[in-house]
Ligand binder design. Structure first.
Ligand code: NDP
Length: 450
């Protein structure tokens, strides 16, 4: 279909050097081919060209003072991609690798993910190339205050509600919220992932990881299997990885790995969750410190990664949960995982598998849950936080978790039913992209040209 090809070519020309965004856009547009053949009215409304173009992109300078009194300068971004289904919703990422292309790919993915939740939220994303590593609490606070001093004029509880992502957790959300309140004089649900003491939702910090595990449970149940007793490989050691591991342990699975940018930890008897949390959430230190209490575990420094793959994906396991970052699982890793007998992959991170790795998983017809479906539990629970804020309530964990479970089951059902409708029943990538797109595109058509 020339339309898909032409749109991708036009994107490469009009938005140069945004490779991650092209990767995300190409996957979605390729999946939509069979839909356009059956429903050409989407082309008549020019939905593809409209949906790949963000409604608004904000770029700004952030100046702040470090502990030595030196003025530092960073770049800040907020992309308000699509508001057909509701206020823009999506996290903020603070990491030195962040560029406008990173934020654009994340914002684009967020549109379809948010649509799959069935909740009234549009797609957005933001962040900065600021590196929080090694910075004092005072420096983090001053940076967050400077970031919000520009961002506050573009967001609001019914317009755009940011949350956390890599490098942005409860501490950063607290500093960002404090500055928003100081500048506007309003105490309102403008951010999610807030502390439970002042407007946060019980279950939000656990939601992305728990949701990725619930999604795996749904995929396995469709094949007559469960997670109990299965050895699981997890990458990452941040918010998503930790709560993936926690839920796996609760369900009787055996998570044996985690990783960070410095290396991979392998504990074949199962990761000691309390120690992992202490090292990562409290001490914010290297995974290597785990060995002091568990000398029988193995630590593989990142420098020792084989050139043709990542250490974490070379370990023996049956189910894999990539929970670190984009493109952390390559074609070589996919081959290794399949060769080792992995039959289920549930992506906690956004686009962690390269396009070639995804091709391998789909060809092997294993249970493969793409990030935009499998990790949607985080944003879904953020929307539940918004609902609690607007009604001035706080729901108990049982209520939030029951809703999360139901949302994840519903996302899996939509993906599987849509994949079957398009004659490719095991292809949840196809199912997720078509199901998400249809909701957004139908809303855009109903709302007219705007
Ligand atoms: P965190 O900052 O809490 O943790 C990220 C983890 O991944 C850290 O262990 C980090 O190691 C590791 N990591 C990051 N970049 C790299 C890299 N280039 N190479 C190796 N390891 C890396 O982030 P989250 O857990 O919140 O996010 C993880 C993923 O999940 C991201 O893709 C995010 O977009 C996605 N996601 C998060 C949601 C949420 O609710 N938080 C919701 C949906 C998706 P180190 O500390 O050494 O940098």
């Amino acid at each position: 279909m020339p339309y898909v090809h032409d749109t991708l070519e036009a994107l490469r020309k009009s938005s140069p050097a945004q490779t991650e965004f092209y990767q995300a856009a190409e996957e979605v547009l390729e999946c939509l081919r069979p839909l356009f053949e059956r429903s050409p009215h989407y082309l008549d409304h020019n939905i593809i060209e409209r949906i790949v173009e963000p409604e608004r992109q904000i770029m700004f300078r952030i100046c702040w003072t470090d502990d030595a009194g030196k003025v530092q300068v960073n770049k800040g971004y907020r992309i308000q991609f699509n508001s057909a289904l509701g206020p823009y919703k999506g996290g903020l990422r603070f990491h030195p690798s962040v560029t406008s292309g990173t934020i654009k790919f994340l914002g684009f993915e967020q549109i379809f993910k948010n649509a799959l939740t069935g909740l009234p939220i549009g797609g957005g994303k933001g962040g900065s190339d600021f590196d929080p590593k090694g910075r004092s609490d005072g420096e983090i606070m001053r940076f967050c205050q400077a970031f919000m001093s520009e961002l506050y004029r573009h967001i609001g509880p019914t317009t755009d509600v940011p949350a956390g992502d890599i490098g942005v957790g409860a501490r950063e959300i607290g500093f960002l919220y404090g500055q928003y309140k100081r500048l506007t004089g309003r105490y309102e649900g403008v951010l999610t992932g807030k502390s439970l003491n002042w407007g946060g939702s019980i279950g939000r910090k656990e939601a992305t990881g728990y949701g990725a595990v619930y999604f795996a449970e749904n995929m396995l149940a469709a094949r007559g299997e469960t997670l109990a007793g299965k050895t699981c490989l997890v990458s990452g050691a941040g918010n998503v990885a930790i709560y993936t591991i926690e839920k796996l342990v609760e369900l009787g699975a055996i998570p044996v790995s985690c990783s960070d940018s410095r290396g991979t930890l392998h504990d074949p008897r199962g990761i000691d969750l309390a120690l992992l949390r202490e090292l990562k959430e409290v001490q914010r230190t290297s995974l290597e410190a785990y060995l002091a209490q568990h000398p029988e575990a193995h630590y593989i420094p990142a420098g020792d990664y084989p050139a043709d793959g990542h250490a974490v994906w070379r370990l023996e396991g049956e189910v894999a949960f990539p929970c670190a970052t984009q493109n952390e699982l390559t074609e070589a890793d996919a081959e290794t995982l399949l060769g080792n007998g992995v039959t289920c992959i549930s992506e906690g991170a956004n686009m962690p598998s390269t396009a070639a790795a995804v091709e391998r998983f789909l060809a092997a017809k294993i249970a493969y849950g793409p990030g935009k479906a499998a990790n949607a539990g985080g944003v879904a629970t953020s929307q539940l936080e918004m609902a609690q804020n607007s009604s001035m309530e706080q729901w108990p964990l049982e209520k939030v978790d029951a809703k999360l479970k139901a949302i994840m089951a519903n996302i899996h059902r939509q993906c599987a039913e849509t994949a079957a409708e398009f004659d490719d029943p095991t292809n949840l990538v196809l199912g997720a992209n078509i199901a998400g797109f249809r909701k957004v595109a139908d809303a855009m058509i109903e709302q007219g040209v705007c």
